[in-house]
Design a protein around this ligand. Structure first.
Ligand code: GLC
Length: 799
């Protein structure tokens, strides 16, 4: 292999090469640069050695890309610089040394390589970018530690890390999931960068050299995507155009989930379910961790769970879905049917020599690992999964899919192991990070195929798949939970920043084990954790074998009462959350958003990693410290209301929020429309008929209302009920305009119960100019009125 120095000699002129996908192709001494404009604001840069084997197809990127440039990109050469330009962005490459600069339509430099070390050197690909003063870096998927990733080193190599809090592993660089995507923000301007390579990557983001962001991988090519922004929304939207978005999960996915490693037998699982109902703690799903299996054999139920179909049906009658764990390691037992069939398909990853199946120890002892890089193996796996679906399992939890291996020092497959991918043989080290995601893909595919031909939707109709490991694009196949955290205050703080960065990296449906997985949780930590978690998309309480019990009643009656109160609030918020989920599916907008999402020009908001927005209306400021009864909250510019007291507050300042144990500081933006439903124990087949629409004064606002049946796939062909509701503030009073509804779903809403907040006296309310009755409550400052729902547009005025 030729050695490359850091200076590349270019060919005399850039070429437009119609045979390659690139719009601009530059041949340097030994290296080829190919640049392609995928849309006005997104460019792909490929760098590889001359005569190198073609870059293998990506598992992250959707094909075809759903956008294109509005006009043909312009290729040019000025003096010693070749460039490719669209109306939004320009990439300039210096012919002398291959250094490059990516700038926006105003000529503002978005990313700039330091001179001359972009490229492939021996078998190592490297990039070094200049970090500008005030530039902050977010995203990178699952990361521990600070929200802003500048000043840190991250190694992308999926790993089973037990107890991943910085207090346990202060220098931790690896986690279960790897998303080599970053959102850069400087002076209010956002941009993005994604290096598509599912092997190991190391990013040093200004840790070793303060102003240098160096990226490297043991790869023979660079495959880089540059996003011009300029808003966080545009960057994440484009990144999720490229790598895909979550699908619309069943509504029950947004409920409360109760899990433990493990409910060890049928009686225990049923008793937990019974207690949840008896104690009136709402819950939608209970979990079967590995103890349900027959000696850790995947896709089986063992003797301690007799007649699982009857158990699952009984639980379903009480409104519970059962989610079962599935690990990739197949017990190496010749009498085990799954193994025998896998062997018949020659389905397993090979040792480095390629002659035998790799065998490693996991829960079942010696196990073989399906080679999910092959579509035939994914088909086989999804057909094995039917064994669980036939029993009525509603969702599948893919664990240990980094994959974790107990008896190797590096805790995973030998990097030299051989995969026979659909496009040729690859070493495990080249594809490691995508293994877990391909397992989730097989799982999702199996759930879509389902078990019955019934035309009636069931709880299985929309896939529910959780994964621990993944790579960019995993959101197409699974939601993510953040693995084995600990019942530690620092981990609560960590979880919040982790979830915010995951949302910016395309994986908006995520959650951390509530209460912490390892160690014993205290009552106070449990309450604070749950108070935050009811505002996170995936809400699951899960805890480890040898820890104290963590069900909401395990801490005594006061904690139980608080848990009930907050879980009830979660269920009241379901219409709002479901609308946010649908928005995320359509645009990539995370449900849970950092303040920078809406306030990228406000440096205080940008730096804020301990508060978040839930949608556009709510601002959540969780209590993250033991013993706190107050916390400092930053309210961005504008007017806000304290959700609990209704007090009007002026933003643009820090405030001290009162936060005794029963209160999480929660604020609502002036002008917001917040839909709430009545409490319930679980998500049923139909939604409550009355929607409470809270209208907060002080500004204009808007709600994009979305509803459907919550479980079928009819929404893919228009089976929804969608309408925008506009709130216009007037000097006296205000107006709500309900646009006409679209979609074929008939809507379960019969009545809009409108609650006008912040009123001081009875007021006159009119529906389409006809005066209607309303009720004024002086104590709460509410005016309430009921409006029958109808599909046509209508308006409500008050003064
Ligand atoms: C792993 C998972 C954890 C699970 C346990 C047993 O540690 O991360 O959630 O409970 O395995 O299956």
């Amino acid at each position: 292999m030729p050695k490359h120095t850091t200076r590349h000699r270019p060919s005399p002129a850039p070429t437009v090469d119609p045979s390659s996908a690139a719009d601009l192709r530059l041949d340097f001494d030994g290296l080829t640069f190919g640049v392609e404009a995928l849309s006005d604001d997104l460019m792909r840069v490929r760098i590889s050695q001359h005569n190198a084997t073609p870059i293998p197809p990506s598992w992250a990127v959707r094909s075809p890309f759903p956008a294109k440039p509005t006009v043909p990109p312009r290729v040019g050469q000025r003096r010693h610089v070749a460039e490719l330009a669209t109306p939004e962005a320009t990439l300039r490459i210096r012919l002398a040394d291959g250094s490059w600069e990516f700038s926006d339509r105003y000529g503002w430099t978005v990313f700039q390589s330091t001179s001359s070390i972009t490229g492939v050197f021996s078998d190592r690909a490297r990039l070094a970018l200049r970090l500008e003063p005030r530039e902050a870096i977010f995203g990178l998927g699952e990361t521990t530690g600070t929200f802003n990733r500048r000043g840190t080193i991250r190694e992308f190599w999926n790993s089973d890390v037990l107890g991943h809090a910085p207090c346990i592993h202060p220098h931790l660089r690896q986690l279960y999931a790897s998303i080599p995507f970053a959102l850069s923000l400087r002076d209010g301007r956002a941009a993005g960068l994604f290096w598509d390579f599912p092997g190991r990557q190391i990013w040093d983001i200004g840790s070793t050299h303060r102003d240098v962001w160096s990226l490297q991988a043991p790869a023979d090519h660079v495959d880089l995507y540059l996003f011009a922004g300029p808003t966080p929304y545009r960057v994440v939207q484009r990144f999720t155009d490229l790598t895909g978005r979550h699908w619309l999960l069943p509504r029950w996915a947004l409920g409360y989930h109760q899990s433990r490693y493990s409910y060890v037998n049928r009686a225990e699982l049923e008793s937990v379910a019974r207690q949840l109902r008896r104690r009136q703690i709402p819950c939608d799903a209970v979990y079967c961790d590995i103890h349900h299996q027959d000696k850790h054999r995947v896709f089986t139920f063992g003797r301690s769970f007799p007649r699982p179909a009857a158990m699952i049906a009984g639980l379903a009658r009480r409104g519970f879905r059962v989610v079962a764990i599935v690990n990739p390691g197949v017990k190496n037992d010749p009498s085990f049917g799954v193994l025998r069939r896998g062997l018949r398909h020659d389905a397993f990853v090979k040792t480095p020599s390629g002659r035998r199946d790799f065998i490693g120890r996991v829960w079942p002892g010696d196990a073989r690992f399906p080679d999910f890089t092959r579509s035939k193996v994914r088909d086989w796996w999804s057909s094995e999964q039917r064994a669980l679906l036939r029993l009525g399992i509603a969702g599948i939890w893919n664990d240990m899919n980094e994959p974790a291996v107990f008896d190797r020092a590096d805790k995973t497959l030998d990097p030299q192991c051989l995969h026979h991918t659909d496009t040729g043989p690859r070493r495990h080290g080249e594809i490691h990070n995508v293994y877990g995601q391909l397992m989730a893909q097989a799982c999702h595919q199996g759930l879509l195929q389902g078990t019955t031909n019934s035309t009636e939707p069931t709880d299985q109709t929309r896939p529910f798949v959780i994964t621990r490991a993944g790579y960019a694009g995993m959101q197409r196949h699974a939601i993510l939970w953040t693995g084995d955290n600990s019942a530690a205050w620092s981990h609560l703080d960590d979880a919040l920043q982790m979830l915010l960065n995951l949302g910016l990296s395309g994986v908006g449906f995520c959650g951390a084990d509530v209460g912490g997985f390892l160690e014993n949780c205290s009552a106070e930590l449990f309450v604070r954790w749950l108070q935050m978690a009811i505002f996170t998309p995936f809400l699951r309480n899960h805890s480890n074998l040898d820890t104290a019990r963590q069900e909401p009643w395990a801490f005594g009656p006061e904690t139980e009462e608080l848990a009930r109160r907050y879980l009830n609030l979660r269920y009241q918020l379901l219409p709002y959350l479901y609308g946010l989920l649908e928005e995320m599916v359509r645009h990539g907008t995370p449900m849970m958003r950092p303040l920078l999402w809406r306030y990228p020009n406000d440096p205080v908001a940008v730096a804020c990693g301990d508060q978040f927005l839930l949608g556009d209306a709510l601002l959540v400021a969780p209590v993250l410290r033991q013993g706190s009864v107050a916390r400092c909250v930053y309210l961005p510019q504008g007017e806000w209301f304290d959700f609990w007291t209704g007090q009007r507050l002026v933003g643009g300042a820090h405030r001290v929020a009162h936060a005794p144990l029963d209160i999480i500081p929660l604020f609502i933006r002036a002008g917001s429309l917040l839909p709430l439903a009545a409490r319930r124990s679980f998500v049923g087949p139909t939604e409550p008929e009355t929607v409470f629409l809270h209208v907060w004064p002080g500004d204009d606002g808007r709600l994009d209302w979305y509803d459907d049946d919550g479980r079928s796939r009819a929404h893919e062909t228009g089976g929804w009920y969608r309408r925008s509701i506009h709130h216009h503030q007037r000097s006296r009073g205000g107006r709500l305009v309900f646009d006409a509804a679209t979609g074929t779903f008939p809507s379960s809403t019969r009545t809009w119960r409108i609650a006008l907040r912040g009123q001081t006296r009875p007021i006159r309310v009119a529906l389409d100019r006809e005066v209607v009755g309303s009720h004024f409550d002086a104590e709460t400052g509410l005016v309430i009125l009921d409006i029958p729902n109808r599909r046509q547009a209508f308006s409500v005025d008050w003064r």
